[in-house]
Design a protein around this ligand. Structure first.
Ligand code: NAD
Length: 487
């Protein structure tokens, strides 16, 4: 169907470890497939491979003259439609990385029961070094190229933000798509992660970070997991460190600290780290980071110019939320955490993972932990297709019902409830309440299913990633079978 000139990456770590994300994802898949000997190898191969890769170059007029950019959109699996996956803007992105990330999207959607196939897009560009005008022109032209080849559309392929993109880019994408499809009733469902004023949903921006919080909370309250890894129950008395203070990392840090009660003791970024064993003031740190784009000069913690200093900070939980291949065999020995919650895609290499598992460290893998983003994207897409805000029909009804129940309780007991209790009642759910409730339930159910599979063979495996891949493969396999293509 599409141009297949996929470029490849051959990165290796200083210690000689293969860091090609596509190879790593394929290896994980192969390990899980081995655990499923009853499955037909041909269907398994169909699940593993990337169905379409569109790699293209496009010109953009800038104030410095015309420039050529390179773009990708990979469609990993068409077992469910539309396909779904973010768009990454990064200077070192390549075709293999995009295909690997698309595959992770397929498995992620399956794990959290989001009815989409996996996809991913990218443009080779460093957004930190480009003007807003160039980024807008590139985004609009990239959208045009995708639309031209039918790689975007509410029922075909629905992008979302990823590293280097956010609400702003999604608004440009929907505007461009809408201009190309005048009068299209469902045009706003062509992308998710939009600003609320452009058909977005409340709670999407924080969704991946919030999903990490729900996933961690569930794991740290799961009896089997606590016993298997020798962990103490709950988040409240734990310390944690985050790498990457962008969308995923900053929201995860804020919600884990404010709602989970854990103490943030370190943050790492590409240009340095900050730590404070007594706890970092998350709001003050975020304000400092947004203003200066460095932790240098932050009064509430000790600064280090070494971007890897976060690895050695003593903590219970480490949340790598920057990018892939950050924890490798070269640096894994420095880690002191007992739990690794992967916010980024592919932050821990298989070599490093094996070392961590030997030490009985709980690794909560990317394809489960960062699935909050796509879960709420699914809610946004469904909202766009229904053309109505969630909760709009119910809000007044629920508020009245709560008032009536309260009055009945007061009448029966002859007592009045306190003002504090009354304040939280009789309001009915807002959109954001429903989004959070849907996300919480999704993350909790998914973890229980993963643990059931992980422990299912009676071997008490500590390898949660293996459990995740097995859950995902089983679901995609069942979908292929029910399509009737396979015996
Ligand atoms: P982002 O661009 O908002 O933030 C990434 C942050 O990491 C930035 O602050 C950047 O400066 C920092 N960073 C980059 N390289 C670094 C390095 N070598 N060391 C330390 N920090 C570094 O991106 P994001 O959306 O937060 O995505 C982060 C990760 O989460 C990516 O792997 C992405 O694929 C994954 N993810 C994102 C979403 C989402 O909803 N945004 C969903 C699922 C997965």
């Amino acid at each position: 169907m599409a141009t297949k000139k996929a470029s490849t990456s051959h990165a290796t770590s200083a210690g000689g470890e293969d860091l090609n994300l596509k190879h790593l994802v394929d290896r994980q898949f192969a390990r899980a497939a081995e655990m499923l000997p009853e499955f037909d190898p041909v269907i398994l191969e169909q699940i593993r491979i990337c169905n379409n890769v569109y790699e293209f170059s496009f010109p953009v007029r800038t104030k410095d003259g015309p420039r050529i950019f390179q773009g990708w959109r990979a469609e990993h699996s068409h077992h469910r439609k539309p396909l779904k996956g973010g768009i990454r803007y990064a200077p070192d992105v390549d075709g293999d990385e995009v295909q690997a990330l698309a595959a992770l999207m397929t498995y992620k959607c399956a794990i959290v029961d989001v009815p989409f196939g996996g996809s991913k897009g990218a443009v080779k560009i460093d957004p930190r070094k480009e003007s807003v005008e160039v980024i807008e022109a590139v985004t609009r032209r990239y959208t045009f190229e995708l639309a031209h080849k039918n790689f975007i559309g509410p029922g075909v392929n629905v992008p979302a933000p990823d590293m280097g993109t956010g609400e702003r880019e999604m608004a440009w994408i929907v505007d461009t798509y809408d201009a190309m499809h005048p009068g299209g009733l469902d045009n706003f469902a062509c992308t998710t992660g939009k600003p609320v004023s452009q058909g977005g949903i409340r709670g999407r921006t924080e969704a991946t970070g919030r999903g990490i919080y729900y996933g961690l909370r569930e794991a740290l309250n799961n009896d089997d997991a606590l016993k298997l890894f020798g962990l103490k129950r709950g988040l409240a008395d734990k310390t944690f460190v985050v790498q990457g203070f962008g969308n995923v990392g900053s929201h995860a840090a804020s919600i884990i600290a404010k709602e989970g009660g854990a103490k943030l003791v370190g943050v790492g970024e590409w240009n340095g780290c900050v730590e404070n064993a007594k706890g970092l003031d998350i709001d003050a740190l975020l304000a400092h980071w947004k203003e200066h784009k460095t932790f240098k000069g932050f009064a509430g913690g000790k600064y280090s110019a070494d971007p890897k200093a976060f690895l050695g900070v003593a903590c219970d939980i480490l949340v790598p939320a920057a990018r892939e291949n950050e924890i490798t065999l070269d640096n894994v020995a420095k880690i002191q955490a007992k739990v690794i919650a992967e916010g980024a895609n592919g932050p821990v290499t298989p070599g490093a993972e094996a070392e961590l598992l030997k030490k009985s460290i709980l690794i909560l893998p990317d394809i489960y932990m960062n699935a909050g983003g796509v879960t709420v994207s699914y809610f946004e897409w469904a909202k766009n297709l229904s053309h109505m805000r969630f909760g709009r029909l119910l809000k007044g009804f629920e508020a009245d019902r709560e008032h009536r129940m309260l009055a009945a309780v007061e009448q029966l007991t002859n007592k009045q409830v306190s003002e504090a209790t009354r304040t939280g009642l009789g309001k009915g759910p807002e959109e954001v309440d429903l989004v959070r409730s849907g996300l919480q339930g999704t993350m909790e159910d998914a973890y229980r299913e993963i643990m059931k599979t992980q422990l299912g063979n009676g071997k008490k495996s500590k390898d949660t990633r293996l459990g995740c891949y097995m859950v995902a493969i089983k679901k995609v396999y069942a979908s292929y079978q029910s399509l009737g293509i396979w015996p």
